[in-house]
Write a protein of this length. Sequence first.
Length: 278
Amino acid sequence: MVFNQILPDYLTTRKNTIIQIAFTTVFAFVFITIYRPFGYENWYTEVKHWQLIVASAVVVLTGMIVIILSRMLLLYTKRTQEITLATYIWFIVAEIIAMGLFYTLFEIVILKDQRSPLFLFINAVQNTSLILLIPYTVTILFFAWSDIKKKFEQVVGQFKDPSELFIPFKDEKGNLRVTIKCSDLLYLEANDNYVNIQYTNKNKLKTYMVRNSLKNFENELKDYPIIRCHRKYSINIKNVKMLKKAKKGYQIIINSEQQEIIPVSRSYENQVIKQING
């Protein structure tokens, strides 16, 4: 079923999560200030317009705490399990209900609204749905378009000479740290919480250290000619000079002056042989 599909990564990255929360906050402030839901029209008999704007900002920021806590829980959940579309929808529903309860209490306690709590809650949920679903829809469409555009550019890039490609390396927070020409990249080596990027510059071996993991790079760089060959190594198949049988498994000879020898684990043997001979 469609609801059991794994949620696209672009909906749960830290960067896109921050963008979505920020855009929703701005939209909510504009919406509340102009539309004046939750009985805000009662304020105009007692407060000045600038005071209303300040109060609206406080209400919005307080309500956004619910969203921030929800997204923190979503990111934490992602560490232990795959997020499905159904799970993502339930998180949004929970956010709407939680914010609806918050705004209902706000109307009863602060605005002293005498209407039925059930009526106030239903009205708050309706308004909260508009406040959240509109900016969520806009940002999701934008993220999807950006992801399609990125993939299209990568497909177009595959028709270029591989040696002309530039490979981006980001840290664990998603920040770009370095971009290296494909023809210069030799291999990646795990080093505790870091990865040593081995490359050449004017025929001299250089190392650039990035705080990340080979597992993350394996996913992020799957569209580039980089494959995992060992728990500690990933190689650029464009710079493999030789794959040879050793006493225990296979070894890769890197195409460089140093001709580094990289071991191949048994679990990666078939993948490496297929890619190199393919």
